[in-house]
Design a protein around this ligand. Sequence first.
Ligand code: HEM
Ligand SMILES: [Ca+2]
Ligand SMILES: [Ca+2]
Length: 304
Amino acid sequence: QLRQNYYASSCPNVESIVRTAVAKKFKETFVTVPATLRLFFHDCFVQGCDASVMISSSGGNKAEKDHPENLSLAGDGFDTVIKAKGAVDAVPSCRNKVSCADILTMATRDVVALSGGPSYAVELGRLDGLNSTASSVNGKLPQPSFNLNQLNSLFAANGLSQPDMIALSAAHTVGFSHCSKFANRIYSSDRQNAVDPTMNRTYAAQLQQMCPKNVDPSIAINMDPDTPRIFDNVYFKNLQKGQGLFTSDQVLFSDLRSRPTVNAWATNSLAFNQAFITAMTKLGRVGVKTGTNGHIRRNCAAFN
Ligand code: HEM
Ligand SMILES: [Ca+2]
Ligand SMILES: [Ca+2]
C-alpha cells in the first residue's frame, strides 16, 4: 500500500517542506545526520516503521525510547522529526495529514543526501503505530558483538538479505559511538590478545588513546576515522584496512562470505549507492501499519 507521491492531493508540497526543515536543522548541527538515520533504523526494526520509537514514556508505560539499547539515540534525531512535523502542520491543508513515520522516512532520505550520500524517491503511506513498550525492543536490535550469522538472521527476520545488511551497515560511515560499545576489542581480559586480532594495530592504539580504560561514559568518538561527516563508501575501505569499529563491522570483511561484497563496494561507490537505496527502500517497508492498525499522530511523541 506504500507508494511514491502518496500525499499528492492531501499535501502536495510535503517533501519540500520536510527538506527545508531538515536542511535548517542540519545547518545548526551535523549530528542531525547520524541521529536521524539511526532513529529510522531503530524504529523500523521494532514493530515496523511506525514512529513507535518516538513515543515518550507516560503514566505506567515505559516506552521503546527508554529501553537501554535506545538510550544512546541522539536527541537531535527526534528533534528533526518534531521540527519537520511542525513545518508540515503549519500549512493549513497539510495539518494532521502526514504521519510521523513518513516524516521520519523523508527526513532520513534528506540527511543522507545532505551529507554526500545518494538521494532517492521514498515510498509513503505509513501510519503511526498505537503501541510502544520498552519490552518490545528485547532481541530486536543487532549487537555490536554480532557475527555474520547473527547479523544475517536478524536482518532476514525483517525481510533483508545479506547484501542489504552490508549496505545498511555502511550507515556507520557517519556518526559517533560511545567507548563502551567497542572496549572489548581494545582491552581484553585475556593478556595474550589484548587487541582484537582483526583490528589494525595503529587504529587500536588511537582508539585506546581516545578511550582510556576509565573514560567518561559520555565520551563518543567518530565511527569513521577518515570521513566522519561524509556519507561515502570509505566505510568499506576502512574494513579492508582493519579499521572497522565494531565486531559487527569488521566481520563483514573477516568472513569470506561477505568479503567479496565489501571489496566490490570499496572500489565502486555507484554500486554501493544503488545497493544502499535498494536496502533503505526495503527497510522502509518493514511492518508498515495501515487501516485500523495505526493513525496519524498530532504529536509524534504521544498517541492521539
Ligand atoms: C548491522 C548491525 C548494527 C549494529 C550492531 C549497530 C550498532 C551500533 C552501535 C553500538 C552504535 C553506537 C551507539 C552509541 O554508542 O551511541 C551505532 C551507531 C550508529 N548506527 Fe548502528 N548498528 C547496526 C546497523 C545500523 C544500521 C542498519 C543503521 C542505519 C541504516 C545504523 C546507523 C547508525 C548510525 C547513524 C549511528 C551513529 C549514531 C549517532 O552518531 O548518533 N546502524 N550502531
Ligand atoms: Ca517502530
Ligand atoms: Ca564517511
